[in-house]
Design a protein around this ligand. Structure first.
Ligand SMILES: Cc1ncc(COP(=O)(O)O)c(C=O)c1O
Length: 409
């Protein structure tokens, strides 16, 4: 549909802006587990499948299920909640749905600042969403916690710093998602690590175990339907082929990615009040030692800094989101605009998707996420491809930077 009007198209870098981080072999392993459960060879009685794990870990069918259980059952309608400036869209929607007063923290780079005119005792809960592969610095929250022993702190660490850097004195619960392009990854599911709050832990285990099980068929069909996604996301040939096919049907590169991602968001939009199926629990248990995932998470940072090294200094602050030098496995950057810049990148063979993850908690901070998009997965790019992407990003800012009210160059 869209056609380049300015520059001829260069060959495609056949890597999409998402990646099934568990890889093809483990994918097949999860599929086999789900199949065995479907045909009744999955082992013990489902009633024995507890969501309790060592270190006060509670398993769930998704990370938002844990968040929703806390939000809907733990808080009272008139409780005031202090929140960080950006959250996953599902969390923002949930927080707005109950009418609780939300106060947004101020931010200075990587630092979260206490809201002016409030004290610890004014809040019942705090929700901090870590992002861009790093954790915020919010040391003052520890003092607030000591002042107000009832203050419940929830941390969304799905896209935070290395798993091993979780600070157990920071929050009552740290949440993780195990979805298709997350680190770690069990092709679905999520978990929470509860810190020094046995009442919260018992509550979550009790509530999750009261939910109806995800059925063996739901689990199996969920993974089976992801097979095409795996072929496109993790195989250059699959990606190349599908792009060719879609273009035969008249879709340009950006429209092709947008449409595919819209149809296959990698998570479910609703119906998440369910208990993980025995097959999913088994898949979570075989994820094994978290150090394997740490290596992948470190690689995201290494690749991201290689990319930033190729961006001229004058555009560094334009390209990085909130000044972050780190990245989770979504490689977010900022463009001067979405239409022309994404088209220019597409002409250079680079596929992008608009930010579909984060929403600002208030208009004042929304500009930080303006024209934010995800670049092809750096985890599988060669150094030459990384350089080519950095050069195309630079070209976008050189050519279209004037559209931004306050470019940083
Ligand atoms: C930052 C963040 N928080 C929360 C979630 C929700 O995770 P789940 O799909 O397991 O509910 C996601 C998933 O994309 C996320 O990226």
């Amino acid at each position: 549909m869209e056609r380049s009007t300015t520059t001829p198209e260069e060959p495609l870098i056949p890597v999409v802006p998402a990646y099934v981080t568990c890889g093809a072999l483990t994918f097949l392993w999860h599929l086999l587990i789900a199949f065995l459960h479907l045909v009744g060879l999955g082992g013990s009685d489902p009633r024995n499948w507890s969501v309790k794990r060592p270190r006060n870990v509670v398993l769930s069918q998704s990370c938002r299920c844990i968040f929703a259980l806390i939000w809907k059952n733990w808080l009272k309608p008139d409780d005031v909640v202090l929140i960080s400036p950006f959250h996953h869209h599902s969390f923002i929607r949930m927080m707005r749905s109950t009418g609780n007063k939300l106060v947004v923290m101020d931010m200075d780079g990587q630092k979260l600042l206490p809201p002016k005119g409030y004290q610890a005792k004014d809040f019942a809960a705090v929700v901090v969403t870590q992002m861009l592969g790093r954790d915020y610095d919010a040391a003052w929250l520890k003092a607030w916690r000591a002042e107000n022993k009832d203050l419940l702190i929830i941390e969304d660490r799905v896209q935070g710093d290395l798993i091993s850097k979780e600070d157990e004195t920071f929050a009552d619960i740290s949440l993780y998602s195990l979805g298709q392009d997350k680190i770690p990854n069990a092709l679905g599911g999520g978990y929470g690590v509860v810190h020094n709050n046995p009442r919260l832990y018992d509550f979550l285990v009790r509530e999750i175990e009261k939910l109806p099980f995800e059925s063996a068929w739901e689990r199996f069909s969920f993974i089976l339907k992801k097979l095409p996604t795996l072929l496109i996301y993790n195989s250059r040939f699959g990606c190349f082929l599908v792009e060719r096919l879609l273009r035969l049907f008249g879709y340009g590169r950006t429209a092709a990615v947008d449409n595919y991602r819209k149809q296959n968001p990698g998570f479910m939009h609703g119906g998440y009040f369910i208990r993980p199926s025995p097959a999913l629990i088994r898949s979570i248990d075989i994820m094994g030692d978290l150090s394997r995932w740490e290596v992948m998470q470190e690689r995201c940072n290494v690749q991201y800094s290689k990319f930033l090294d190729q961006i001229p200094k004058r555009h560094l602050d334009n390209v990085r989101v909130c000044g972050s030098d780190n990245s989770c496995c979504y490689f977010f950057v900022k463009l001067p605009d979405l239409d022309e810049s994404r088209q220019l990148l597409a002409n250079r063979g680079i596929m992008t998707i608009n930010n579909q993850t984060f929403l600002p908690a208030e208009d004042k901070v929304a500009y930080h996420l303006d024209n934010m998009c995800t670049l092809p997965t750096f985890l599988t790019l060669t150094d030459e491809e990384l350089d080519a992407i950095a050069h195309a990003m630079t070209e976008c800012w050189d050519r279209f930077g004037h559209k931004v009210a306050n470019p940083k160059a």
